[in-house]
Design a protein around this ligand. Sequence first.
Ligand SMILES: NC(=O)c1ccc[n+]([C@@H]2O[C@H](COP(=O)([O-])OP(=O)(O)OC[C@H]3O[C@@H](n4cnc5c(N)ncnc54)[C@H](O)[C@@H]3O)[C@@H](O)[C@H]2O)c1
Ligand SMILES: [Zn+2]
Ligand SMILES: [Zn+2]
Length: 370
Amino acid sequence: MQIKASVLEEQKSQMRFQLLDLIEPRAKEVRIKMVGSGVCHTDIAHAKNEFNMKLNTPIVLGHEGAGIVESIGPGVTKVAEGDHVIISNPYCGVCDECMRGEPWYCEPGTDGSLHLSGLDYYGTTPFSRRGKPVHTLFQQSSFAEMIVVHENTVTKIDDDIDLKYAGPLSCGLRTGAGYVYNLLKPRPADWVCVTGVGPVGLGAMWMARAMGAKTIVLDINQSRLDMAKETGADVIINSDGMSEGEMYAAIRAAADGKGTHFLVETTGVESVIKASMRQMRGGGQCAECAVVGSISFDSYTNDCNDAHTITFGRMGNVANEIIIPVMLDLYRRGMFPFDKLITFYPFEHLQQAMDDSETGRVIKPVVLFD
Ligand SMILES: NC(=O)c1ccc[n+]([C@@H]2O[C@H](COP(=O)([O-])OP(=O)(O)OC[C@H]3O[C@@H](n4cnc5c(N)ncnc54)[C@H](O)[C@@H]3O)[C@@H](O)[C@H]2O)c1
Ligand SMILES: [Zn+2]
Ligand SMILES: [Zn+2]
């Protein structure tokens, strides 16, 4: 079958639309007709090689897809033809960590072979061009009108959810929401600080609020802070122009003068990380979501000496099949209004969607395939 996809010939070049050959689904594989795909900062960073991580190219990027199961291969039990699905984090299902019930720590997931080898579950590529392989990202490659993935990566969702909006639930939103739901687990009336309110931060804030916690949100972008306030943040802090000490004092003062119990850090900016870590109460726990370079902490002075813990997790440290239905349940009850973040673009305007995401003009672009 020939399908249209956006192909990155090599990193640091422009993606181009091309026709590719797509395989028939093999054992345990599912072919999905894409409806919408979110554009994530990670796609942009890989395209530009900002992580200094060489990808196997040519490659089809995209990892926030939602669509309809078009056909299934032998032995597929998780979904059937016609099911609505979100495609998310791949895991092998058989390693020690998967067996232990922690697929977010999946061995071939964490060593990069499932995510970053450019190959699929069987060590091949689902796409090819004139007989030559075209690689896949995170075993998804949602910047294509049709994809073939292993059934482990799909989560079935109910038909009442509009698939056009659903893709972004598979990455940024679930990362923030997952850390709060499955790692930090705030109690009612605990304080949770969220630094940076993109999709990751908003997902964290909404989940914290749904769990009964109080939230303080810090960012330098006023329109994003306004969105956070409108959708439930207790306190917003515009830290534009603030020093590290001023950020520390502002967050601490807002949390009854005692600091927050928890922190979800999404900016990756050193001064924000240090101020928001240090303001926490004794025993405070931080989920660091951003890709952070080298940062030094002085454990003797008050950077993090009050038994603070910091977790550099993966995709919210929670299984796709658990967190996606939880977010959708909260959405139906008005507590996870993720549709407010989304701006649609036709698939053909993918580059514009990426540019607008980078400049912060839109929070979450989604390209539509029809
Ligand atoms: N760990 C994981 O598994 C995982 C998964 C998804 C995303 N991520 C990462 O999480 C991070 C957040 O993702 P996102 O999609 O929400 O990004 P985003 O760019 O939409 O949001 C980041 C927010 O931080 C704010 N910010 C930037 N500099 C700031 C500063 N100096 N002070 C205060 N606020 C500042 C921005 O205004 C923005 O609102 C990214 O680094 C992304 O790569 C990690
Ligand atoms: Zn992502
Ligand atoms: Zn595994």
